[in-house]
Design a protein around this ligand. Structure first.
Ligand SMILES: [Zn+2]
Length: 128
């Protein structure tokens, strides 16, 4: 499954960007059209790769970006859901620009207190 390898890449990105002593709650990712992601399959793949990992239960939000198109006849640029749209000028010499993005936009992180400062330590007293 194509989405599974993308989910693994994302998992790597999230791990790299998560500070120590922090727990990730949700992840926002921007995905270009050339990644050809099917959102439902992506959620399943994300669940599969995070299961039994420290990121189990982390919510994945996808922002799917439209095609950015360029007309080589009139040099117009625009965005569209459909890469095969002809240009307003009537030319079909239209090429997609980019589209390979897989960008981690934001991480919703919960800071976790380091072990040493958590609660009150039992105080050991020497017997008098
Ligand atoms: Zn044009």
């Amino acid at each position: 499954m194509h989405e599974l390898s993308i989910a693994r890449s994302l998992l790597g990105l999230v791990k790299e960007n998560t500070p120590e002593h922090a727990k990730v709650r949700s992840v926002l990712v921007r995905v270009g059209p050339l990644q050809a992601i099917e959102p439902g399959a992506m959620q399943l793949a994300w669940h599969a790769v995070t299961d039994d990992s420290p990121l189990d239960g982390v919510e994945l939000s996808l922002t799917l970006v439209p095609w950015e198109l360029h007309c080589s006849a009139c040099d117009r640029r625009w965005t569209s859901e459909n890469w095969s749209d002809p240009c307003q000028c009537g030319s079909c010499r239209v090429d997609p620009i980019g589209g390979h993005e897989l960008t981690l936009l934001s991480l919703d992180i919960e800071e976790i207190e380091p072990e040493e400062s958590k609660g009150s330590q039992p105080v050991m007293r020497k017997p008098a």
